[in-house]
Write a protein that binds this ligand. Structure first.
Ligand code: KG4
Ligand code: ZN
Length: 341
C-alpha cells in the first residue's frame, strides 16, 4: 500500500467500546477496530462505569496497535491524532484523552478533540457525500437522544434532547427487567420480529411546552407496569407482540419530534444516527417519513451506528480540511456532559 503522511489515528472510549481507527485526510477508512465490553457489563444489565474505565486501560494499547497493523502504517506515519472528548463516561473518556495526548505530545503532532454527538452525525457523511443543507440530525443511542439543526457543514444547533432516559437506555432497561440480556436494543429487535405492534397500547409522550425535547421514562415505566400486570416473562406467549409494541412506541415517539421539527424548520434532508439507528423498524419508518415529507433521508451503514473511531477520524479530517482552529494537545480536556463553549 502506498504510504503518505496524511493519516489520522482516531481513538474513541466514551462509553463501553474501545475503538481506534486510521482514516486518511480524504476520509478513506484504512482500519477501524472496535472492541466491545458487552460481556463484562452483561451480568449487570447495563454499563458499570468503573469497570468500563478499567477495561479501556487494559485494551487501549492492543486496540491502537491492531488499528495500525491493519492499516499497514506506523505511528511515525500519522500526521494527526483525534480523540473523543465528550460527552460520555468521564473515567472512560479520560483513558482515551490521556492516551491520545501522550501520543500527540511525543510525536509533535496536532491532537483534534472531537464531540461524540458530532462524531455520530459524521457517521452519516461516511457513506453519503452530497447531503444538502440545512438538515436535521436525530441521534439515538444508549446515552443520548438529541435533535440537531445543521445549517451548514460542521455547524450544529441543538433543538431538543431527552429530559430523562435515552431511547436506547429505555430499551436496555426493559430487556434487563425481562432478563433478556444486554445490550437490550438488538435483543428486543430480534425477539420482536413478526410481533403485532398494536397488541399493547402505549401513550406517546408529548411535551406540554411545545419543545422538541424527548422523554422515555414514561414509556419505560408503562412497559414495566404492563410486564407486572400482564405477568409477561421471557417465555410468555405474547412476548413478541409486547416487544414489538414497545419498540414501535419508541420509534413513533422519536419520529414524532423529527416530524414536528420538519414543520418548524425548513430542511432539505433528515439524518439518523447512533446505536439505535441500527434498528430496522426505526430505519424503515425514518425512510418513510422522509418520503412522506418530501425530504431526503440519510442513514449510516449499520456498522458505523454504534460507537466507533472511524466516525471520529472522519470528523477530524473534515475539521482539518475546513481549517478549523485546533488547540494545543496539552490544553485538551474531557467533558462528561455538553460541549463547553
Ligand atoms: O451509540 P452507542 O453504541 O452508544 C452510546 O453512545 O450510547 O449505542 C448503544 C445503544 C444501546 O442502548 C443498544 O441497545 C442500542 O444502541 N442498539 C440498538 C440496536 N443496536 C444497538 N437498539 C435497537 N435496535 C438495535 N438493533
Ligand atoms: Zn455513542
Amino acid at each position: 500500500m502506498e504510504i503518505s503522511a496524511n493519516y489520522i489515528l482516531a481513538i474513541e472510549t466514551s462509553c463501553d467500546e474501545t475503538s481506534a481507527a486510521v482514516v486518511s485526510f480524504d476520509r478513506q477508512i484504512r482500519s477501524n477496530v472496535v472492541l466491545s465490553q458487552d460481556l463484562i457489563h452483561a451480568p449487570f444489565g447495563g454499563v458499570v462505569p468503573e469497570l468500563a474505565s478499567r477495561q479501556h486501560l487494559k485494551t487501549i494499547l492492543p486496540v491502537v496497535e491492531e488499528a495500525l497493523r491493519r492499516s499497514e502504517l506506523k505511528l511515525q506515519d500519522i500526521a494527526a491524532f483525534a480523540v473523543t472528548q465528550g460527552p460520555g463516561l468521564i473515567g472512560s473518556l479520560l483513558v482515551g484523552v490521556c492516551f491520545a495526548k501522550a501520543l500527540a505530545y511525543y510525536y509533535h503532532r496536532p491532537l483534534i478533540g472531537i464531540d461524540h454527538l458530532q462524531a455520530h452525525i459524521e457517521s452519516v457523511f461516511l457513506s453519503h457525500r452530497d447531503i444538502p443543507f440545512p438538515s436535521l440530525a436525530l441521534i439515538v443511542s444508549g446515552g443520548h437522544t438529541s435533535l440537531f439543526y445543521l445549517p451548514e457543514r460542521l455547524k450544529y444547533r441543538l433543538l431538543g434532547r431527552t429530559r430523562d432516559d435515552a431511547a436506547g437506555e429505555a430499551l436496555d432497561k426493559v430487556a434487563k427487567f425481562l432478563g433478556l440480556g444486554y445490550p437490550g436494543g438488538p435483543i428486543i429487535e430480534r425477539l420482536a420480529e413478526g410481533g403485532f405492534a398494536r397488541a399493547f397500547a402505549f401513550a406517546i409522550p408529548r411535551m406540554k411546552d411545545n419543545s422538541l425535547d424527548f422523554s422515555f421514562s414514561g414509556l419505560k415505566t408503562a412497559a414495566l407496569k404492563l410486564i407486572k400486570d400482564e405477568e409477561i416473562t421471557a417465555s410468555h406467549a405474547q412476548l413478541k407482540d409486547f416487544l414489538a409494541s414497545f419498540e414501535s412506541a419508541i420509534v413513533e415517539s422519536l419520529l414524532f419530534n423529527l416530524s414536528q421539527a420538519l414543520s418548524i424548520y425548513k430542511a432539505e434532508a433528515i439524518l439518523l444516527c447512533g446505536g439505535v439507528a441500527r434498528n430496522r423498524r426505526l430505519r424503515s419508518c425514518f425512510l418513510e417519513l422522509g418520503k412522506e415529507k418530501g425530504v431526503k433521508a440519510y442513514l449510516p451503514l449499520p456498522e458505523y451506528c454504534t460507537d466507533n473511531a472511524a466516525m471520529v477520524g472522519a470528523l477530524a479530517a473534515e475539521i482539518i480540511r475546513l481549517n478549523k482552529p485546533i488547540a494545543s494537545p496539552l490544553d485538551l480536556d474531557a467533558y462528561a456532559r455538553f460541549k463547553p463553549d
